[in-house]
Write a protein that binds this ligand. Structure first.
Ligand code: FAD
Length: 459
């Protein structure tokens, strides 16, 4: 519980109307896309990096924790104020400061919503590829802090690959710049990369310089239906093995399709067991050639049907199937756990087979979808928490799913990070010496453990 004097000091920094302490306001900032909830003592909405800095200096002087938050759409509890303290919401910092069409860069504040940024650059013929499925509400600061990915990452890379420089308020309140506007730069440690994916534990991001690309001339979308999961998985390695890198290779298994079908008539043929949503982009001649080549390559792999979009409206209709996946799964099972393991893409069929065995061992429904092009599978454990013993079973199954990915030289998480949710499992992936090195970095930058304490590393 923060004492009244500290609340008054916070109001002096950000203004009376930018500090909330009423229960109904606090509830709005105590949840994210996990099923966890924790109530903060106060919520502050700073309007400048200097205000962020003053809040953090006060926190160090008075020893209270501060939890950075964007849109609160994280899947691992990264922004949640476990144990109480101050939630620092960056959404007032929401300006696109400049789009430089000569140098193909943009400078933005962290509270800009991802899709708004994409729309703004596309109006100028430019392209910002990272496209988390949450792009209609997630913030760019949250994307950098989580190093968010999305369907287009198979061709273009993740958020980190577009971050050239940052302004960061360190946990002790100093404001620093990392990287810059140049494509090259090797002076000192690469603090920009360190901050990408640091989950709000090493600093508050207050400005971002992004690299942009020219907007591709055209794209072509295909929804392909296979009679087996193996066929769909083989299609991924066959396409890439033939040196075609599509923009998107999204995969949905039969369980996922059945959930989507409850919201939307898909028209999947009776023998359809898995779907791959494939998109290519580039100049018109190239994408026509690649689309034809892809259809030829996947035809012998148990292809049941291939729907090819003729225009933007048809493409949007095909994408609707993919966009409905998350909400449809949640409709069917609000208690689901959504994990996001990654394996080398050629190992996708093997890991899916192992997940099937785990499903049978624990007698628990599991459905899989995700970014097959980069081996990133969203494994959804569809439990009903009201059934006694289910949650424990789910945790045991999750540990085995993580181990299966690690055994295939993969990782526990490609996009969602550790936060609170994966803390109990990080020892599976990281050796004690790796954790010790990471903790040493955290301690050097945050000696009083003020910023987002209790995240990432188990206590
Ligand atoms: C329906 C749905 C679909 C999703 N799809 C994807 C997907 O395809 N790919 C993907 O990668 N993720 C996805 N996510 C997860 C989530 O949207 C991303 O992790 C996103 O980047 C979080 O952004 P946010 O603004 O909501 O951040 P928050 O949830 O508010 O915060 C996330 C983390 O970032 C930190 N943080 C936020 N802002 C800052 C800042 N300015 N400075 C320092 N730290 C900060 C927080 O402390 C926290 O640790 C999805 C989520 C949902 C609900």
């Amino acid at each position: 519980m923060l004492d009244k004097r500290i609340i008054e000091e916070l109001k002096n920094i950000v203004g009376d109307d930018q500090v909330a302490t009423d229960r109904q306001d606090l509830i709005c900032y105590g949840y994210d896309a996990t099923q966890m909830e924790f109530l903060p003592d106060a919520v502050v909405h700073p309007g400048s990096p200097e205000e962020v800095s003053a809040v953090l200096k006060l926190a160090n002087a008075e020893n209270f924790p501060v939890f950075p938050r964007g849109a609160g759409s994280g899947f691992t509890g990264g922004s949640l104020p476990k144990g109480g303290g101050v939630v620092l919401v960056v959404t007032r910092l929401d300006k696109i400061l400049r789009i430089d069409t000569e140098n193909l860069i943009a400078e933005v504040e962290p509270g800009v919503v991802t899709e708004q940024f994409q729309i703004a650059v596309e109006k100028l013929g430019l392209f910002y590829p990272p496209d988390p499925a949450s792009l209609k509400f997630s913030t760019l600061g949250g994307n950098v802090a989580e190093n968010a990915g999305g369907p287009r990452c198979v061709k273009y890379g993740v958020t980190r690959d577009f971050v050239m420089g940052l302004e960061v308020v360190l946990p002790t309140g100093e404001i620093i710049r990392t990287g810059g506007e140049t494509y090259k730069g090797v002076v000192g440690y690469d603090m920009t990369r360190l901050m990408c994916g640091s989950e709000g534990t090493l600093g508050v991001i207050t400005k971002i310089i992004f690299k942009l690309l020219p907007l591709p001339e055209a794209k072509k979308t295909m929804l392909t239906i296979f009679d087996s999961i193996d066929g769909a998985a083989k299609a991924v390695s066959t396409i890439i093995g033939n040196k075609i890198i599509p923009t998107t290779l999204e995969f949905m298994d039969y369980g996922t399709l059945q959930c989507v079908e409850k919201r939307f008539t898909l028209g999947i043929p009776a023998n359809g067991r898995a779907v791959l949503l494939i998109e290519v982009d580039g100049d018109r001649e190239l994408i026509e050639r690649q689309a034809a080549q892809i259809q030829e390559l996947i035809a012998p792999l148990g292809l049941v049907e291939c729907k090819v979009a003729k225009d933007a409206a048809e493409s949007e209709a095909l994408w609707k199937v993919r966009r409905l996946v998350s909400p449809s799964l949640r409709d069917v099972n609000p208690d689901k756990f959504n994990e996001d393991i990654v394996v080398p893409r050629s190992k996708v069929p093997e890991v899916i087979r192992t997940i099937e065995k785990i499903k049978q061992k624990y007698d628990i429904p599991i459905v899989n979808f995700g970014h097959a092009g980069d081996g990133n599978i969203h494994v959804n454990i569809m439990i009903d928490k009201s059934v006694a013993g289910m949650e424990e079973k789910a945790h045991a199954a999750i540990a085995e799913v993580f181990q299966a990915a690690l055994d295939l030289n993969g990782t526990m998480s490609g996009e969602h990070g550790v936060g609170l949710a994966k803390q109990p499992f990080i020892h599976l992936e990281l050796k004690p010496a790796q954790v010790a090195a990471m903790k040493a970095i955290k301690h050097a930058l945050d000696p009083n453990n003020i910023l987002n304490p209790g995240k990432m590393f188990p206590l």
